[in-house]
Ligand binder design. Structure first.
Ligand SMILES: *Cc1c(COP(=O)(O)O)cnc(C)c1O
Length: 376
């Protein structure tokens, strides 16, 4: 029903859906069963089992995820960290070396800091915007390079096509965490990334009610990821798979509204006397604005800003805002604000900052709320 020319809005609704519909059911059914009857002659692999990701509701979600990222195959994992760690385990063995773009999601940083050495993986951190740092980090045993489409919390957009090209030139596997962008904004396989990872807990599901992850790639690479996933037992539960497939239907609508809301709030903040700095690639003054405009379809739903007046000003602001919840996440229907402390100054930001994840509310209401909370 869909092909490579199908527009994203259509793909979000129809991508990976069986036609004719399964049993005539427009919504693909939930197979809430861990046990399936089998022919006495069938192999273990042929009988559906949730830990193998072969329950029909999981397989259905895998087809949907692959369609949305424009990949041959996908697997769903129990969380975003499950996606990243499983993808890395499928590529790296003891003695191998990984190049990772710094300024990554906290959980990724923590995993690499606490477990890479124990697993025998070397790891060097580089600047995703500066190719010279990737070349310097390259070693004979380097096997992979990992980056994020839009970094968090500094909100940078690296030279993504350059990273994928660098990986190809040096025989590395390229991995990218596409959580903050979503395939609405960027489809990394198009510029040559091998494995795309997501925290589907965020915008892919979009309703702040399940924890999930996804990895997409070629059939061959995803078979390797799926084998690790089955061995470690980190597949997504079929019930959560059913909910995630439902969430994906509205992905394009939600993300476009979130992007528009983030842009409106960014513009208010950038022109406000009580705000010291805003990092959002949709602002012309952002160092990656031109690259993001050329590479991405929209600038994302997350921005980080620094109110004037340090930690006390942050506290007053978070208490004064009425619409956004003060909470740790992003990508949901509800706008969220998260208080963060940057260990060192970067990207015009330092000390206590606020990350704003735009929800799908009316932009005017969010702008009015911020204007009032900041003191007009
Ligand atoms: C949240 C997040 C993760 C981890 O996802 P979980 O579902 O919480 O495990 C990974 N990467 C990014 C960019 C995230 O925002």
């Amino acid at each position: 029903m869909t092909d490579e020319r199908t527009r994203f809005e259509t793909l979000a609704v129809h991508g990976g859906e069986p036609r004719p519909a399964a049993g005539g059911s427009v919504v693909y059914p939930l197979f809430q069963s861990t046990v399936f009857e089998a022919d006495p002659g069938s192999t273990v692999e042929e009988v559906p089992y949730s830990r193998f990701g072969t329950n029909p509701s999981q397989r259905h979600l895998h087809r949907r995820l692959a369609a949305l990222e424009g990949a041959e195959a996908a697997v769903a994992t129990a969380s975003g960290m499950g996606a990243l760690t499983t993808a890395l385990h499928s590529v790296l063995s003891t003695g191998d070396h990984l190049i990772a773009a710094g300024d990554f999601y906290g959980g990724t940083g923590q995993f690499l800091a606490e477990h890479a050495a124990r697993l025998g993986w070397g790891c060097d951190l580089v600047d995703p915007c500066n190719p010279a740092t990737w070349r310097e980090a390259l070693r004979p045993n380097t096997k992979a390079i990992l980056t994020e489409t839009i970094t968090n919390p500094l909100i940078r957009v690296g030279d993504l096509a350059g990273v994928a090209r660098f990986a190809r030139e040096h025989g590395l596997t390229s991995l990218i965490d596409n959580t903050l962008a979503t395939p609405v904004v960027f489809r990394p396989h198009r510029v040559g990334f091998d494995l795309v990872c997501h925290s589907a807990t965020k915008a892919l599901n979009g309703h702040s009610d399940i924890t999930a992850g996804a990895v997409t790639g070629s059939r061959e690479r995803i078979a390797q990821v799926a084998a690790v996933l089955a061995a470690y037992g980190a597949a997504l539960d079929p019930h959560a798979a059913f909910l995630l497939s439902r969430g994906l239907k509205t992905l394009a609508l939600r993300v476009r509204q979130q992007n528009a809301n983030a842009q409106a709030v960014a513009e208010l903040l950038a022109g406000h006397a009580a705000v010291a700095h805003v990092s959002y690639p949709g602002l012309p003054g952002h160092p990656d604005h031109e690259r993001a405009a050329a590479l991405l379809d929209g600038f994302g739903s997350v921005l980080t800003f620094q109110p004037c007046g340090g930690s006390q000003a942050v506290e007053v602001l978070l208490k004064s805002l009425r619409l956004p919840y003060s909470a740790q996440s992003l990508g949901g229907a509800e706008s969220l604000v998260t208080r963060l402390r940057l260990p060192e100054a970067a990207q015009g930001l330092s000390g206590d900052v606020v990350r704003f994840s735009a929800g799908i509310e009316a932009a005017e209401d969010l702008v009015e709320d911020f204007a009032r909370a900041l003191g007009e």
